[in-house]
Structures are given as C-alpha cells and as structure tokens.
Design a protein around this ligand. Sequence first.
Ligand code: 5GP
Ligand code: ZN
Length: 112
Amino acid sequence: MDCIFCKIANGEIPSQKVYEDDKILAFKDLAPQAPVHILIIPKEHIKWAYDITEENSTVIAHIFAKIPEIAKSQGLKNGFRIINNCGDDACQSVHHIHFHLLGGEKMSESFA
Ligand code: 5GP
Ligand code: ZN
C-alpha cells in the first residue's frame, strides 16, 4: 500500500523516532507547528478515526497509555495537546491514523 506512514513504520522512509515498540511509533513531525510536535501512529494501517472498532481499539488504547511517557520524554512538563484530524473537514492529509502531540509553549484556546 502506498502509505507514507506505513513506510515510516517499516523503515522505508526515515524519521526522527522518539518512541517505538512492536505496536506503535512516535516520531517528529516534518513541519512542526509547536516547539514539540510529535506524531504517534499504530504500526498497523488504520485509515482514520472512522475505522476505529472494538477489535482494533486496543492499539489506540496503547497509544494513549504511552502518551504520558512520550510527553515527559520530550520535556512537556506544563501540559500538552493531543489532536486527531479525521477526514476532509478536519484537513486530514495523511490517511493513516495519527495523533499529534503538541506542546512546549502556551497554545491558543481555540481548536478550529
Ligand atoms: P494531518 O494533517 O493528516 O493531521 O497531519 C499530517 C502530518 O504529517 C502533518 O503535520 C505533516 O507535517 C506530517 N508529515 C507529512 N509527511 C511527513 C513525513 O514524511 N515525515 C514526517 N515526519 N512528517 C510528515
Ligand atoms: Zn498506512
């Protein structure tokens, strides 16, 4: 499948990894929108949040279980933001589910 995040997960495309285990990968965003901007992905291809099911949500839960450790490892001691863009209205540009971990500065109150 021609998916850049599958290629990042399998090493075909290089990335600056900050956390990896057998199920998930966290790496630095190519175009950071905050001093710390990490993307966290399941290694398994899930297109978007519409496709989360009871069966595959264990890997999503695993991502959230690792967020505190990843955030602390990036020096985020004063809070952080987790964002998932799903579909066109949210401007999802890579169709392999990912969670943005943003922080390192005071962010705006608005999401939209
Ligand atoms: P989306 O807009 O789909 O929520 O977020 C996609 C993110 O992936 C963007 O923030 C973009 O900068 C990042 N991105 C796109 N291609 C690459 C890449 O090849 N490497 C890395 N590290 N980030 C990428
Ligand atoms: Zn993929």
